[in-house]
Design a protein around this ligand. Structure first.
Ligand SMILES: [Zn+2]
Length: 155
């Protein structure tokens, strides 16, 4: 089975940029990249030095239930190109480890799947989770801060 890492959907990203409102209805914060890591979850790249980026609350789910966490992430402020789905671990995953967790088709955590995984092992672990037909997708979050990074799906 092949897997793909995917970024955030362009239609909703465009909506946030156009309205300036996040998933809490708050105004998105706009700052200029100082060259540090401001990983955009749409292009799965870093917002370049001197370019504007957004900080906002995002709910990376279609519906709303007790498991559909909403939390902070960064986006390029201008119209970056969506990342092409890829079998390669996105370059923005530069930390040593991440929280990797499987969700069911009704967007609930499948208990027992959440694990902090060394970055080099993320693809193998995500693949093993997606071999379970109960799991619809796998989310990658930062191990230290729980920020949503990207999703892994069956190719
Ligand atoms: Zn971007």
């Amino acid at each position: 089975m092949d897997i793909q890492f995917v970024g955030l959907p362009s239609d909703k990203v465009a909506q946030v940029r156009a309205t300036g409102r996040d998933d809490y209805g708050l105004a998105v914060e706009v700052d200029t990249s100082n060259g540090d890591a401001w990983p955009c979850r749409h292009c799965l790249g870093e917002t370049p030095h001197g370019e504007a980026y957004l900080t906002l609350a995002w709910k990376p789910f279609q519906g709303t239930n007790a498991y559909t966490e909403t939390g902070p992430l960064f986006l390029c402020a201008s119209g970056c190109e969506a990342a092409k789905p890829s079998s390669a671990v996105p370059a923005i995953l530069r930390s040593d480890q991440y929280l990797v967790r499987g969700y069911t088709g009704d967007e609930r955590i499948l208990y027992g799947t959440g694990r902090v995984v060394a970055t080099a092992g993320i693809a193998d672990y995500a693949k093993s989770l997606l071999e379970n037909p109960e799991i619809a997708f796998v989310d990658i979050r930062s191990a230290a801060n729980n920020c949503y990074q990207c999703r892994v799906v069956r190719a």
